[in-house]
Design a binder for this molecule. Sequence first.
Ligand code: BEZ
Ligand code: FE
Length: 308
Amino acid sequence: MTTPTHATPEHGDRQTAVEEDLLQRVLDSFSGCDDPRLREIMEAVVRHLHGLIREVRLTEDEWRHAIDFLTQVGHITDDTRQEFILLSDTLGASMQTIAVNNEAYRNATEATVFGPFFVDDAPAIPLGGDIAAGAQGEPAWIEGTVTDTDGTPVPGARIEVWECDEEGLYDVQYDDGRTAARAHLVSDEQGRYRFWGLTPVPYPIPHDGPVGRMLDAVGRSPVRAAHLHFMVTAPGLRRLVTHIFVDGDPQLAIGDSVFGVKDSLVTAFERQPAGTATPDGRDLGGKEWSRARFDIVLAPEDIPDTHH
Ligand code: BEZ
Ligand code: FE
């Protein structure tokens, strides 16, 4: 690969030579690295970083500002606030990594961003159970199947689901240790699943920190299109991390702050007027509710090369 030249003609040959000599010396500094993958990544980091600095002719003040910004991203990060993930998400780096690693395969369900609000060890619920556990919002009945790309049902798939409440907050954003609006369930012998959740609502990603200030400075909104998170795992099949989005949500047209929307994931949440009978006979006390169907198709763990 040739190194692009970023010094413009008015910088002159001497300036270009200084910049390229430095870049080359840094690249050469990795020659003793005996891990070829680490070396490849470090060389690319340096090439792109130097390319950025030279392309925009970064000032020393701007570099200091960037370091201050990253320092603030580190300082606000703790066990429940992951500002680096927010930064990666809002710059599209998370979705680009997902694109690179989840190449489209036949009719497999598309993946999207993981986000910072997944929690290990969410409670188990039975099929037809309710994930809300006290979280407020409009009830939603969600059902579907898990199959492989040949349409064979996948029994025993582990389905993790999580979402925010009607205030747009996940349980972990309250400081009372609650676990709500998250659970896991297991598909039945025919690969079917069903549960009660909440009709998703749009909400802003946490924007009271440096990433929020960055979005503000560039005139971008922190709001995400309404969605419900899924992570589905089954032996021999590719792990799927995805969401369903709500068809008709106005935020879909405005845009999703982390670039997570894929058309195939936009799902009808059919409105059910108060009093409509529920699939399992549950009494919702006169509340309106919605219902959605999401059939999940898992790719094989090892995708044959021949599909290209
Ligand atoms: C989420 O959907 O939970 C999320 C994704 C990216 C950034 C913040 C939140
Ligand atoms: Fe979310």
